[in-house]
Structure formats: structure tokens, C-alpha cells
Design a protein around this ligand. Structure first.
Ligand SMILES: Cc1cc2nc3c(=O)[nH]c(=O)nc-3n(C[C@H](O)[C@H](O)[C@H](O)COP(=O)(O)OP(=O)(O)OC[C@H]3O[C@@H](n4cnc5c(N)ncnc54)[C@H](O)[C@@H]3O)c2cc1C
Length: 450
């Protein structure tokens, strides 16, 4: 990096870190993707003006920029590319406005997801999208990846919560999209274009997001089944009865066994698959009773809880799934989505891939959305060939079943080849044209997504 450029960056106000330890710690994300060449510098910004200055300078000097929030991504989206600046937005963590009557919050990009939810709860409101990483991910990262979570089956993913954005474009211009109102259809929907764009089209520096009332009650049911086919059929029966759970999770036998091994529980003794459902709102108790009845028809065990403590106990199995798997090896966290009607085929197809490749795969799903997380566990510093083979087979399976190679984690660095297969040439070229229009020099998060 030229001395002039570095001095100009520092004069613009942000903290510029060049020492190897600081730079190395911001070079990768939770995908664990190794980085051969360290970034030129990490630039920590505290204001919109600082972000604009950094992007203006990077544009002038044709230096690539990788935006970064909490670094919790698992698709390699925030992984540094050779010769880049890492633009760390974590210091911008103010909730600028929280309007309880309009049920809207205006936030900076570095606000931690769980902090916004906690602030909203002081007013009887919640921020509905709930990635399991809410304690470590940022709103900017959630918006850039269109993050999902367990509550999304009822409340929708991040896109449904975002009303408007402030975005700094590749040349430093500030663009305002959308609005602060709950409705509004003036012009093309640029907000949706930036949601899920993984830092390739612009840098999110502010967001107006929708809050929702905290449901009066939340209650839980759990049921065990002989196998994933019966469990998936029970989830389909819930949908057919037009019941609307606020959470619907399905765990397969290997997952139950690894939780038992790690936590000393006896889940696998109850059946070969577990379904956990929640209902919320004023009719929650009546609704969970109906859900439990539907689940109970084919279940080997069913229980429902109406108080918070026992609800949390039933949900604990799901929360412990990933930590339990990680106790026994490295975990490649995968993420596919299939039509809900193909859920059983997806689980069985993944089990067949595990047998064929000889790798350990633990699968659980946001069953209400058809979004599966097959977790491939291995015990080696480098990802072994058979793990790559199994992951590729899982993506192929998702496409064969009419699904997608990512339900919520994004394409990032790791699934680019698969985006090409899923989207097809015309879609890919349209996406590339949008990229060229907004970032003609290909400086924003190059090598990601497209
Ligand atoms: C244990 C664990 C559980 C997880 N559970 C879930 C889950 O339930 N649901 C889910 O969807 N994901 C989950 N994830 C993945 C991850 O947490 C999400 O993708 C999250 O949205 C990333 O947020 P972040 O702030 O950490 O972003 P980062 O990892 O820093 O960045 C992610 C992407 O967003 C871009 N980006 C970041 N900030 C901005 C910005 N301000 N403007 C423009 N681009 C930006 C980056 O360039 C990168 O492409 C999980 C991850 C872990 C480790």
C-alpha cells in the first residue's frame, strides 16, 4: 500500500490497523477459510462520513474493500481477498432511534442482533429475525446475508424486517433506499436488492427495521418419531391443518445421539427423530394443544409445556445440537433449503451421502421452512476430500429436489460455483450487470457471490 494512500486513510479519521496480529484476526470468518495473503489493513469506522471517505479513497486508488460485521459468517463472505482493506463496521453500534408506537428502530450496522432485541423488549417489542449467532452477529451482517433463524417460520427472514437502508456505494456516494414506514411502494425496491447482497453492491451504514410485539405467551411441544420420514410427515400434517407454529424444528437420529453423548441426555431412547414446535400469541395454549395432538398421532413420545422453564427445557435439545457436535470434532456447517414437501427425501438423501462417503453428518432443520443444516464433522486441520465430496453431493441433492444451495448463510466465497449451477446463465448475467452498474471497478468484496 502506498504511503500516500495510508496517510490519506488515516487523515480521513478511522482507526487504521496494520500490525499483523490485528490484521490476521480480521482476515477470516467462522467458515475457517484459511487466508494466504493478509489484507493491507483493517479500517475501523465510527461514522457514515468515515465510511464514505474510506470508500472514496479506495475507489480513487482502486483498492478492494471487504466489509465486515461480527465475522460470524460461515460462507466465507467476510474473508479477506489479496490486497484488500477490511472495513470493520463493528464500532458503529448505536441504536439511533427506537419508536415504540411506530414499532420501528433505526440502527447503525455494528449493532449486535441480540442487543437490538433486548432494547426492543424494554418496550414489549422484539426484533423477530433470530439467527443462532444473535449474540455475536451484527445487523449489518444479518442484512448483508439476509439471515434467518428459528422464529422465521412465522415472522419471516431479515428481508421482512428491513424497511429502509442507508448504503455507501463503491465510489463513496450515500444512497437512501426504502423508508421508515411499514408500507410504501414508491419506485423500484432497492432495499431488497441490497438485502442479501453480501457486501458486493454497497456498504450498509444504517437501517430502519421493523419491530414486533412480544407475543403474550410462548408454549412448546416436543415429539419423538421412529424415523425422519414419520417426523417430516407430522410436520406436513401441521401445515395441512393450517396451524401456524412460531418454531418448528426437526432433529435426526445422529444428532440426537451426539447430544446424548455430549450432554448425558436420553433423547435417542425416545425415537429416531425429534420434532420441537412452539406456538405463540394469545391463543398459544390452544394452538400448542392442537399441534401436540397432530404430532401425537404417529409419535412414540410427546410432551407439551406451557410455562417458560419447561418450554426452555424442551427447546434445549435443539440449542445443544451444534455445541454437542463441536465437542467431538470440527464442524462444517451446511445450509440447504428444499420445498417442505421434500423434507423427508432431503434427510434420507443426506443419510445416504454419509454412508457412501463415510463421513459423519448430523442433520437438523427449520422444518417449517424446509431449511436443513447438515453438519459435517471431521477431525483434521484441512478439510478432507471426502468431506468436500459429501458437501458437493448435498448441494446437488438440494437442487435435484427443487431447492437451493443456501437457505440463510449465503454464497460468499464457498458456494460460487454452485450459484452458477442453481441460477443459470441468464440470471447470473443479470446479477453481474447489476454488479457492474453499482461497482464498475469490482472493488466491493471481489470474488464473493458472483
Ligand atoms: C454458531 C453460529 C450460528 C449461526 N446461526 C445462524 C442462523 O441461525 N441463521 C443465519 O442466517 N446465520 C447463522 N449463522 C451465520 C452468521 O452468523 C450470519 O450469516 C450473520 O448474519 C453474519 O453476521 P456478521 O455480522 O457476523 O457478518 P460477517 O460474518 O462479518 O459478514 C457476513 C457478510 O456480510 C457482509 N457484511 C457485513 N457487514 C456488512 C455491512 N455493514 N454492509 C455490507 N456488507 C456487510 C460481509 O462482507 C460478508 O459478506 C451462524 C453462525 C455461527 C458461527
Amino acid at each position: 500500500m502506498s504511503r500516500d494512500f495510508l496517510e490519506a486513510l488515516q487523515a480521513a479519521g478511522p482507526q487504521v490497523l496494520t500490525d499483523p496480529d490485528a490484521v490476521r484476526s480480521a482476515a477470516t470468518d467462522r467458515s475457517g477459510t484459511p487466508v494466504d495473503t493478509l489484507p493491507l489493513a483493517v479500517v475501523r469506522t465510527r461514522s457514515v462520513d468515515e465510511v464514505r471517505s474510506v470508500l472514496r479513497l479506495a475507489h480513487e486508488h482502486r483498492v478492494p474493500v471487504v466489509p465486515r460485521g461480527g465475522g460470524s459468517g460461515v460462507a466465507g463472505g467476510a474473508v479477506a481477498t489479496p490486497g484488500c482493506l477490511v472495513l470493520d463496521l463493528a464500532p458503529m453500534r448505536r441504536i439511533l432511534e427506537l419508536d415504540p408506537l411506530d414499532e420501528v428502530a433505526v440502527v447503525e450496522p455494528g449493532v449486535i442482533t441480540a442487543d437490538l432485541d433486548a432494547a426492543a423488549r424494554e418496550h414489549g417489542l422484539m426484533y423477530a429475525p433470530d439467527p443462532a449467532s444473535a449474540a455475536i452477529s451484527t445487523l449489518g451482517g444479518n442484512i448483508a446475508t439476509n439471515a434467518g433463524g428459528m422464529r422465521c417460520v412465522k415472522y419471516g427472514v431479515t428481508r421482512e424486517a428491513v424497511l429502509g437502508l442507508d448504503v455507501v456505494l463503491a465510489d463513496g456516494r450515500l444512497l437512501r433506499t426504502g423508508r421508515r414506514t411499514l408500507k410504501g411502494v414508491a419506485g423500484l425496491d432497492l432495499t431488497s436488492l441490497f438485502v442479501g447482497s453480501e457486501g458486493t453492491l454497497g456498504v450498509v451504514v444504517g437501517a430502519a427495521v421493523r419491530l414486533r410485539p412480544v407475543p403474550r405467551a410462548t408454549v412448546t411441544a416436543a415429539a419423538a418419531f421412529t424415523d425422519v420420514r414419520d417426523a417430516a410427515a407430522a410436520c406436513a400434517a401441521i401445515a395441512r391443518e393450517r396451524l401456524q407454529p412460531s418454531l418448528l424444528e426437526l432433529l435426526d437420529r445422529p444428532t440426537l445421539e451426539v447430544i446424548d453423548r455430549a450432554q448425558g441426555t436420553d433423547l435417542a431412547a425416545r425415537g429416531g427423530a425429534l420434532v420441537i414446535a412452539q406456538a405463540d400469541g394469545v391463543a398459544a395454549v390452544a394452538e400448542i394443544e392442537e399441534i401436540a395432538q397432530v404430532l401425537g398421532k404417529e409419535a412414540s413420545w410427546v410432551e407439551h409445556a406451557v410455562d417458560d422453564a419447561s418450554s426452555e427445557r424442551l427447546l434445549a435439545a435443539r440449542r445443544m445440537a451444534l455445541p454437542s457436535i463441536e465437542r467431538f470434532g470440527r464442524a462444517l456447517i451446511e445450509d440447504i433449503c428444499v420445498p417442505r414437501s421434500r423434507l423427508a427425501e432431503a434427510f434420507e438423501g443426506i443419510a445416504a451421502i454419509a454412508t457412501r462417503t463415510g463421513v459423519d453428518i448430523y442433520s437438523f432443520a427449520h422444518a417449517g421452512d424446509g431449511n436443513l443444516h447438515p453438519i459435517i464433522s471431521f477431525d483434521a486441520a484441512q478439510v478432507p476430500d471426502e468431506v468436500v465430496e459429501a458437501a458437493d453431493a448435498i448441494f446437488g441433492l438440494a437442487l435435484d429436489l427443487g431447492g437451493t444451495v443456501t437457505g440463510e448463510h449465503g454464497i460468499g466465497l464457498l458456494k460460487r460455483e454452485w450459484l452458477a449451477r442453481e441460477a443459470g446463465a441468464d440470471s447470473l448475467e443479470t446479477q453481474a450487470a447489476l454488479k457492474r452498474a453499482l461497482d464498475p471497478h469490482h472493488l466491493l468484496n471481489p470474488g464473493k457471490v458472483l
